[in-house]
Design a protein around this ligand. Structure first.
Ligand code: EPZ
Length: 417
C-alpha cells in the first residue's frame, strides 16, 4: 500500500482547478443504467470509487470508457439484474444501483453494502421508500433481492431524515415509474440537483430538486445525454483547510460559490478572508487561526459532515477552543486519535469533539481509516513541524484526484511512495 510523506510548514500559493464532485459522479453513473444509448459525463473525476462504478456498469452490460476526465457510457440494454458482492463492496456509492437497476430490470439483487469506519450506514430509508413505489424487498444472509414484477408506481413518500442516498434511490426509481411521485423531506445537497439535471437531460420530469419537496412525473423511457458534473465542494473545503493551516493565500478555480455557503463562515470565524470573482475563490489565511467556537454538521445547506474532519484538523492549531457536534454519522471522529499522535489536544464524547488549539503539531507516523479522516491527516501534516508519514492512502484516493500532485502544485512538500 502506498504512503504519503509530508514535510510540514511550507507556505502554499498559486491556483488549483476543482475536480468534479465524487458524490455527483456516483449516482449519475448509476443513472446511465436507466438511459438507453450514449451518455457523456464531463469533469468526471479519476477516483477509485468512480472506477468501481464503471466496473459495475460493464458487469451489467454497458460499455464504459474514459478519456481524461470525460467518461462515455453506451447502454444498449442491461443484461443482468444482480451486482456481485466483490463489486458492491468496493464503494458505498454502489447503493445508487439499487434504484436504477430495479427500475430498469424490474428486479435487482445485490449484497448489502457493508458499514464502514464512519458508521453502520443502514439503508432502511431506501428500502422503505422503494416499497412505497411498489417494490417487494427480501433481505437474507447479507443479500438484498428487490422485485417490482408489475413495475414501479408513483407514490407520496416522506423521508424521516433528508437522507442523500435515499433521496437518490427515490429519484432513480420514480423517474420511469407509472404515475407521479412526491418526495417530502428530500435531501437538498447540490449533488441531488446535479443528478436531477442529468435525469431531466435524459427526458425525466423532475421538479424541485435542491428543495425539500421533489415532484417526479414518470415517463416511459430515458435516453442518454451529455452532462458536466458540478465541482466537488468537499474537495474545495479540504483545500481551503490546507491553506488555512499554512497561513497561505491560494485561488480555487471552477467554484460554485453557493455550494460553499455552509462551509465558508466557519473558516471566516477562524480568520480566513475570501474574495469571490466569477467562478474563482481566493482564500487568504491569517498567520494563526482563531478558534471557530462551535461547528455543527447538518444536512445541506448547513455545514457538511464531510468537511468536519479537515476543519477539525485545522482547529487543532487554532488559538483557542473549538467544539464540534457531528450530527450526521455516529462514528466520525476516528481521525482524532491519529491527530493526537501529532500533538493535537482533542477530547471526544459521543457526537461532540472538544479541540483545544495547540501552538504546533509535530510530524508523526499516522494511519488513515476513512476517506475524510485521511484528508484530515494530510491537512495536519502540512502544518506540522517535521515529517509526517500517512498510510491508508487508498482511502484518500477514493475521493481526491491525485492529491499529492494537487498539493505539490501549490508548493507543498509531499510525496507518494
Ligand atoms: C452521502 O452518504 C455521501 N456519500 C456521504 O459522503 C455524505 O457524508 C452523506 O451523503 C451526507 O451528506 C455519497 O454520496 C456516495 P445519508 P449517504 O443517507 O447517502 C443514516 C464522503 O465522504 N441513514 O444522508 O450514506 C446514515 O447512517 C461520503 O464522500 C439511515 O439511518 O448519507 C447517516 O447516519 C461519506 N438509513 C445519515 O442517515 C438510511 O437508509 C445520513 O446518511 C440512510 C441513511
Amino acid at each position: 500500500m502506498s504512503k504519503l510523506y509530508i514535510t510540514g510548514q511550507k507556505r502554499l500559493s498559486g491556483a488549483v482547478t476543482l475536480q468534479g464532485a465524487k458524490n455527483s459522479a456516483l449516482p449519475v453513473l448509476a443513472a446511465t443504467v436507466l438511459a438507453g444509448g450514449e451518455s457523456v459525463l464531463y469533469r468526471c473525476p479519476q477516483l477509485s470509487d468512480v472506477e468501481a462504478s464503471l466496473r459495475i456498469l460493464r458487469w451489467l452490460g454497458c460499455r464504459a470508457q474514459r478519456s481524461g476526465d470525460t467518461v462515455l457510457v453506451q447502454n444498449d440494454g442491461i443484461a443482468r439484474h444482480d451486482v456481485p458482492d466483490a463489486l458492491m463492496r468496493q464503494t458505498r456509492g454502489s447503493i445508487a444501483f439499487l434504484g436504477a437497476v430495479l427500475a430498469r430490470q424490474g428486479r435487482v439483487r445485490l449484497s448489502l453494502p457493508g458499514g464502514c469506519a464512519i458508521g453502520q450506514r443502514p439503508i432502511d430509508l431506501h428500502l422503505k421508500a422503494l416499497r412505497c413505489l411498489g417494490a417487494t424487498v427480501r433481505e437474507r444472509h447479507g443479500w438484498l433481492d428487490c422485485r417490482a414484477p408489475h413495475g414501479l408506481h408513483g407514490a407520496d413518500v416522506t423521508l424521516p431524515f433528508p437522507s442523500v442516498g435515499a433521496t437518490e434511490s427515490v429519484l432513480l426509481a420514480a423517474c420511469t415509474a407509472e404515475g407521479t411521485t412526491t418526495l417530502t423531506n428530500a435531501a437538498r445537497e447540490p449533488e441531488i440537483a446535479d443528478l436531477a439535471v442529468f435525469l431531466n437531460g435524459c427526458g425525466a420530469r423532475i421538479q424541485g430538486a435542491g428543495d425539500s419537496v421533489l415532484q417526479i412525473e414518470g415517463v416511459p423511457q430515458l435516453t442518454g445525454c451529455a452532462h458536466a458534473l458540478i465541482p466537488d465542494r468537499i474537495v474545495a473545503a479540504t483545500i481551503i483547510a490546507c491553506a488555512a493551516v499554512t497561513g497561505s493565500e491560494i485561488t480555487l478555480q471552477g467554484v460554485i460559490h453557493r455550494h460553499l455557503a455552509g462551509v465558508l463562515p466557519a473558516f471566516e470565524d477562524a480568520g480566513c478572508v475570501f474574495t469571490a470573482h466569477e467562478n474563482e475563490l481566493r482564500v487568504t489565511a491569517p498567520p494563526r487561526l482563531r478558534p471557530m467556537k462551535i461547528v455543527r454538521t447538518m444536512p445541506y445547506p448547513g455545514f457538511p459532515t464531510d468537511a468536519q474532519a479537515p476543519l477539525l484538523a485545522a482547529a487543532t492549531v487554532a488559538d483557542g477552543t473549538t467544539v464540534f457536534m457531528e450530527n450526521i454519522f455516529e462514528n466520525r471522529y476516528r481521525h482524532t486519535a491519529e491527530l493526537a499522535r501529532m500533538g493535537a489536544d482533542i477530547k471526544t464524547e459521543g457526537k461532540f469533539a472538544v479541540v483545544e488549539g495547540v501552538s504546533r503539531l509535530y510530524g508523526a507516523t499516522v494511519e488513515a481509516t476513512d476517506l475524510r479522516g485521511a484528508a484530515a491527516l494530510v491537512v495536519a501534516g502540512l502544518c506540522a513541524e517535521g515529517k509526517t508519514e500517512v498510510s491508508g492512502v487508498q482511502f484518500l484516493e477514493r475521493g481526491y484526484e491525485a492529491p499529492e500532485q494537487v498539493l505539490s502544485s501549490l508548493g507543498a512538500d509531499i510525496k507518494k511512495v
